[in-house]
Design a protein around this ligand. Structure first.
Ligand code: 6PG
Length: 254
C-alpha cells in the first residue's frame, strides 16, 4: 500500500536544512540502535547540498563510524568533475566528517561504458546487502531532490529506466541532456524505509503543486512511494506556495 506523504513546510530553506539534519540524526540513531548500521543513499541537487553542508557543520551527534553512504544517482562523469554528485557530497560533507572511507560507496561513473558502471554498482549493492536473486536492498534513508520536470534521482519523464522491474541500478539515457545518467531503479527506491524529498525555492512551486496535488503517475517523482516505508517531503514556504491545501498542512513551529 502506498504511504500518505508526510509534508512538512519550513519558513526558509535554512530551516528546511535544519529539519533534514535533525531527521538524519534521528534515523541514524534509531537504525544503529536496532541494526548496528545506518545506510543512506544521497542525491545530487542544490537543496540536498545545503543539507549536507549543514550536516557537516552541525554539532548534532552522528554515529559516523556506522553510517554507510551510497548514491541514488550519478552523472556520467568522473568523480573529479564539477558535475559529479559524489564530488558535491564529498566537498560539502564527507570530507568534513569522521566517516571511514570504507563506508563510502560511490558509483564508478569513470567507467568507459555507463552500463558497466551500473552493473558494477549493482554488484556493490548485492554484496554489501547480501542479496539473493530477486531481492532489493532496504535503505534506511533515501534523500532526493526534485527536478523542474518532476524527475527524481535520474529517473526522467519518459525514460526507459522507469519501466525497470528487476535491475537495481541502470544506465539511463536522458534525451534532454543527450547523456547517460546512472540511477537506482524504482524497485530499489520503493523498498526504502524512508524516502525524503528536499525541495526549496519559488521556481519549484509549480512542479511541487503538480506532483503533490495530484495522485497520478505522470511524473517520475510520483512513482516513488515506498511500499513498506515512509514518504516525507520537506519544503520551504516558497516551494510550497502553490500547494492547494497548504493551510491545512502543519508548518514547523518557528
Ligand atoms: C542530480 C539529481 C537530481 C536532482 C534534481 C534537483 O543528479 O541532479 O540527483 O535528481 O536532485 O534535479 O536538483 P536541484 O535541487 O539542483 O534543482
Amino acid at each position: 500500500m502506498s504511504p500518505t506523504p508526510e509534508i512538512r513546510i519550513f519558513k526558509t530553506s535554512n530551516e528546511l536544512f535544519v529539519g533534514a539534519v535533525a531527521d538524519f540524526a534521528k534515523l541514524a540513531a534509531d537504525a544503529v540502535q536496532k541494526r548496528g548500521r545506518f545506510c543512506a543513499a544521497l542525491s545530487g541537487g542544490s537543496t540536498p547540498k545545503g543539507m549536507y553542508s549543514l550536516l557537516a557543520a552541525s554539532s548534532t551527534p552522528i554515529p559516523w563510524e556506522r553510517v554507510y553512504f551510497f548514491w541514488g544517482d550519478e552523472r556520467y562523469v568522473p568523480p573529479t568533475d564539477p558535475e559529479s554528485n559524489y564530488r558535491m557530497a564529498y566537498e560539502a560533507m564527507l570530507s568534513r566528517v569522521p566517516v571511514p572511507p570504507q563506508n563510502i560507496f560511490r558509483i564508478p561513473s569513470e567507467e568507459k561504458d555507463p552500463e558497466l558502471a551500473a552493473q558494477q554498482y549493482e554488484q556493490t549493492l548485492i554484496k554489501f546487502f547480501g542479496l539473493n536473486s530477486g531481492e532489493f536492498p532496504r535503505f534506511d534513508l533515501v534523500l532526493l531532490g526534485l527536478g523542474p520536470d518532476g524527475h527524481a534521482a535520474s529517473l526522467f519523464p519518459d525514460s526507459t529506466a522507469l519501466k525497470e522491474a528487476s535491475r537495481l541500478v541502470v544506465a539511463n539515457w536522458v534525451e534532454k541532456f543527450k547523456t547517460h545518467r546512472i540511477t537506482m531503479t524504482l524497485p530499489v527506491l520503493n523498498n526504502a524505509a524512508v524516502v525524503e524529498f528536499l525541495v526549496s525555492g519559488k521556481e519549484k512551486a509549480g512542479i511541487v503543486h503538480q506532483v503533490l496535488d495530484d495522485d497520478g503517475n505522470q511524473y517520475p517523482s510520483q512513482m516513488i512511494r515506498p511500499r513498506n516505508g515512509r514518504l516525507v517531503w520537506l519544503l520551504d514556504q516558497a516551494a510550497a506556495s502553490e500547494l492547494s491545501h497548504v493551510n491545512q498542512i502543519q508548518t514547523q513551529p518557528q
